[in-house]
Ligand binder design. Structure first.
Ligand SMILES: C[S@@+](CC[C@H](N)C(=O)[O-])C[C@H]1O[C@@H](n2cnc3c(N)ncnc32)[C@H](O)[C@@H]1O
Length: 246
């Protein structure tokens, strides 16, 4: 009985020590591990391989805990157009893509060119095609004003974006939300905006919370988990039979 307990404790201590030694997040190492060890073409295997890597290495991906909360939202919203700000190595992109309806499309934005290339390769390894997603390699502030034309050029036009995942720079959450509103990119009949909370201070999200309070006519906080806040945007009421939009 004690041998099992001691072995478990040793295993945990080893993982903890490895994480401590490998403090820096290495995008190439994450990509290399996932590329080599996952089953190509299987999104779930890609996610499991990321999780396995994260047991012994520091990683920036949302991981399985926040991932499951994200899955619940995607299943509920069933979004046709999704925008992700902060793709990194593609973990959350793969999580999103695997639950989209057949006509669903993802636009994902990553500032760092090397990370963007490696992340895009992981999405392809997971079995998704360029007809389902597009990676924009630039800052969110540069990407947002171009989104309408990106959607049009891919013939992905619809009522707007119905799910936004923000996991990039918390200082950009409010300016990017305002830019999305200004560019009329958020679906007027309803858009869920997910804000990932990592080691953010209360101040980081205060601006966005104040904005939601000031614009109570079109925003509400739907859920507020420890690691993720879901805000809901709606300017148009939707009738049950969808024929009388106010
Ligand atoms: C925490 S990681 C995202 C993790 C990813 N969502 C996942 O779960 O796999 C944040 C990423 O956002 C990128 N980033 C930071 N600021 C950005 C910005 N203003 N625009 C676009 N990407 C940005 C960083 O380069 C980094 O790769």
């Amino acid at each position: 009985r004690f041998r099992v307990k001691v072995a478990t404790l040793c295993h945990r201590a080893l993982i903890w020590a490895l994480r401590l030694v490998r403090r820096r997040v290495c995008v190439r190492s994450t990509h290399g591990f996932v590329f080599t060890n996952c089953t190509h073409g299987k999104a779930d295997s890609v996610l499991e391989t990321f999780d396995l890597y994260a047991e012994t290495h520091p990683m920036l991906s949302i991981g399985p805990q926040i991932g499951e909360v994200l899955d619940e939202v995607v299943r509920r919203v069933c979004p046709l157009r999704v925008l992700e700000l902060g793709m990194h190595c593609g973990y959350s992109s793969v999580r999103l893509l695997r639950l989209l309806p057949p006509a669903g499309k993802l636009i994902t934005v990553e500032l760092d060119p090397i990370t963007a290339d490696l992340g895009e390769e992981i999405i392809l390894v997971a079995g998704f095609k360029h007809s389902q997603f597009q990676v924009l390699t630039c800052s969110s502030a540069e990407a947002i004003p171009t989104l309408s034309s990106v959607l049009e050029s891919n013939q992905w036009t619809s009522d707007g974006i119905s799910l936004v995942l923000m996991d990039h720079d918390p200082q950009q959450y409010l300016p990017d939300l305002l830019a999305l509103e200004r560019e009329e990119l958020l679906c007027p009949s309803g858009c869920s905006v997910l804000l990932i909370k990592r080691n953010h201070t209360a101040d980081d999200l205060r601006g966005i919370q104040d904005h939601i309070r000031e614009r109570a006519d079109c925003y509400c906080i739907k859920t507020d988990h420890q690691f993720m806040m879901e805000i809901f945007y709606q300017t148009q009421s939707v009738s049950v039979n969808n024929d009388s939009k106010a």
